[in-house]
Design a protein around this ligand. Structure first.
Ligand code: ZN
Length: 204
């Protein structure tokens, strides 16, 4: 199982971090050991002073495939979940400045918050425009709409599978909208899709 993540997939989020919009999907990965699920708390890592949340829609891959063509892409996922791409923003900034890979900022243990439940895509009101939100201590801090993604789910599946064989059980984190920010010990994050609560995570 692997976790593939897309960076800078919403214009407003790229802008808030002062990044250019990429001309192809910007991919990175997290290992299996990054998964934090079942509403488990996240223990604030000792290597960062700027732990950030990023709310993302997550595709669960249900079929093996490589070099997937656009007309077949949507058959490679059936369920959508809610994820938090936890990021050590201070480490990421240092990696970016040096042109280094950023696994230590993004792929550490428990950095991939993931809802236990997934939603069958056939039950969503509009697959082209999925609304999701994150609240921090009861206040909404991120509101996303998949219609605003630069690269659609299908674009991501086609592009990704040119490089990496997609396998049943893989997850794709599809990028975060604007509103990312820091958390501190004691904070509670709650993620929802179409108003349905999907994930709770306490920072300990
Ligand atoms: Zn992200």
């Amino acid at each position: 199982m692997k976790i593939i993540c897309v960076g800078r997939n919403y214009v407003a989020h790229a802008a808030e971090l002062g990044n250019e919009v990429p001309d192809s999907p910007m991919l990175f990965m997290k290992p299996h050991s990054a998964i934090l699920t079942a509403n488990k708390p996240l223990y604030y890592p000792d290597f960062t002073n700027d732990l950030n949340y990023e709310a993302e829609l997550v595709l669960k891959i249900c079929k093996n495939g490589r070099s997937i063509q656009p007309e077949f892409a949507d058959s490679y996922y059936q369920e959508i979940g809610f994820g938090i791409d936890f990021t050590a923003r201070d480490l990421q900034q240092r990696c970016k400045e040096k042109g280094h890979p950023w696994e230590i900022a993004k792929a550490w243990d428990n950095s991939a918050g993931l809802s236990k439940e997934f939603i069958d895509k056939s039950t969503l009101p509009n697959l082209e425009s999925i609304h999701f939100a994150m609240s921090l201590n009861g206040k909404v801090v991120q509101q996303g709409d998949s219609a605003l993604m630069i690269y659609s789910f299908n674009d991501i599946i086609c592009y990704t599978s040119r490089f990496f064989k997609l396998q049943v059980g893989d997850y794709i984190y599809t990028g975060t909208p604007a509103g990312v920010g820091p958390v501190k010990k004691g904070d509670i994050l709650i993620g929802s899709i179409e108003g349905r609560q999907m994930l709770t995570c306490e920072i300990k």
